[in-house]
Design a protein around this ligand. Structure first.
Ligand SMILES: [Zn+2]
Length: 333
C-alpha cells in the first residue's frame, strides 16, 4: 500500500519511516520547489507524534494525537514559517523572513517538558528564510536537541542556510520525479496538457498543478502575449493591466521568459514556454545579447524587493521600457 503524500515520494518516505523509533534529531529535506517536501515533512511530523503508529511507521489517523495534529492543535508541535502581515492599506503579504521572536519561542518550547509522552517536533519551512538572528537563536538547540525533540527543516535553497545549521542536519534530498511519473500523476488530477505545464514548471508536478488551477495560466498568457510583441507594447497600459497579477507570479513568468530568450539565442531551443516557441525563435534573432544578460541578471536580483506594492506599476513600466530596448528596430520583422 502506498502511504507517501505523493507517489514519487514513496522511496524517501520509506527511508524516513524506517527511522521512526530513532529519528534524526535535525533533518533537512532539500530539493527543488514543487516536489512535495513540505507535505513529506508534515507527514513525518504526524507519524512521529502519532501515539498508535501502524506497523510500517505511518500515523494511524485515529488517535487523539493525530486528531490534534490534523487540527493544528498538537501541544508538542510547532511550525516556524513566514507569517502573514497586514500592510497600511489593509493588504496582507508574507513576511520577508522567519524572525528571531519566532525562533526564540521555538527554543523556549523545546526546553519545556513534553505534554504527551512521545516526540516533540519543530517544523521549519522554508528554513532558508530564517533571518540571521533567528538562525543563530536556533543553533544551540540544533547542536544539542533536548531528548525526544526532532527538528525538520525544509528548503528549496539549502545553500542559503548557515553552514553551521546545515552541518548539524541529516540531509535527505528530494529530487524531481521522472517526467513520465509526474505526467501520469497530473493526468490523474484531470490536468490537460501535462507536458507543457511540466516544462513550464521545470519538471515540478505541484508547480504544474498550480498552473493548471486558478487563473495563473490566463495571467501568464496575458503577460507573455505582451512580451511576445515588444514593438507594440505600451508600458503604461500594460503596467496597469498587470496590476492584478501577484508580484511573485509576474516575476516568475518574466524570469522564465528571459531564460527562454537566452536559451533560444545561445542554444537555439526553448526551455519553459514551449507554446511560445515560434515567437521566441523570432525574438531570439532580434535581441541584443549583452542587454538581455544585464536585464536577466537585474531581474533575478529584483526578486528580493517584490514586497513594495506601491512601487509596482512604476517598476513594471520602467522594466518594460528596458525590455523594449532589447530589440533592434532595424531588424524588426
Ligand atoms: Zn495516531
Amino acid at each position: 500500500m502506498l502511504s507517501a503524500p505523493y507517489p514519487w515520494l514513496e522511496a524517501s518516505w520509506q527511508r524516513l519511516r524506517a527511522t521512526r523509533t530513532r529519528p534524526a534529531q535535525a533533518l533537512l529535506l532539500a530539493g527543488p520547489r514543487g516536489v512535495g517536501k513540505g507535505a513529506l515533512a508534515r507527514a513525518w511530523a504526524g507519524a512521529l507524534l502519532c501515539e498508535a503508529p501502524l506497523a510500517d511507521g505511518t500515523a494511524c489517523g485515529g488517535c487523539p494525537a493525530c486528531h490534534w495534529f490534523d487540527t493544528g492543535a498538537h501541544p508538542d508541535f510547532r511550525l516556524l514559517t513566514l507569517q502573514e502581515k497586514t500592510g497600511k492599506e489593509g493588504d496582507t503579504r508574507l513576511a520577508a523572513a522567519i524572525e528571531v521572536e519566532q525562533a526564540r519561542e521555538a527554543v523556549d518550547f523545546v526546553r519545556l517538558s513534553t505534554y504527551r509522552a512521545g516526540f516533540r517536533v519543530v517544523l521549519i519551512d522554508p528554513a532558508d528564510q530564517l533571518n540571521l538572528a533567528a538562525a543563530n537563536a536556533l543553533l544551540k538547540v540544533l547542536e544539542e536537541p533536548p531528548l525526544n525533540t526532532v527538528f525538520v527543516l525544509v528548503s528549496d535553497q539549502p545553500r542559503r542556510l548557515l553552514p553551521t545549521i546545515r552541518s548539524r542536519c541529516t540531509r535527505l534530498d528530494i529530487g524531481l520525479p521522472a517526467a513520465e511519473a509526474a505526467a501520469q500523476w497530473l493526468a490523474g488530477q484531470q490536468v490537460e496538457d501535462a507536458a507543457t505545464l511540466l516544462a513550464l514548471s521545470g519538471g515540478a508536478p505541484l508547480d504544474a498543478l498550480n498552473w493548471a488551477e486558478g487563473s495563473a495560466l490566463d495571467e501568464r498568457r496575458s503577460v507573455l502575449e505582451g512580451l511576445a510583441r515588444p514593438w507594440q507594447l505600451d508600458p503604461v497600459t500594460l503596467g496597469e493591466r498587470w496590476k492584478a497579477i501577484s508580484p511573485q507570479a509576474w516575476h516568475a513568468v518574466v524570469y522564465k521568459w528571459l531564460g527562454d530568450l537566452l536559451a533560444v539565442k545561445l542554444r537555439g531551443r526553448v526551455l519553459f514556454n514551449r507554446d511560445f516557441a515560434e515567437e521566441l525563435a523570432q525574438l531570439g534573432m532580434q535581441v541584443d545579447l549583452g542587454k538581455l544578460l544585464t536585464l536577466a541578471k537585474n531581474h533575478a536580483d529584483s526578486g528580493r524587493t517584490l514586497t513594495h506594492p506601491l512601487n509596482r506599476p512604476l517598476q513594471q513600466q520602467a522594466w518594460l521600457i528596458q525590455y523594449r530596448h532589447l530589440f533592434d528596430d532595424e531588424k524588426r520583422p
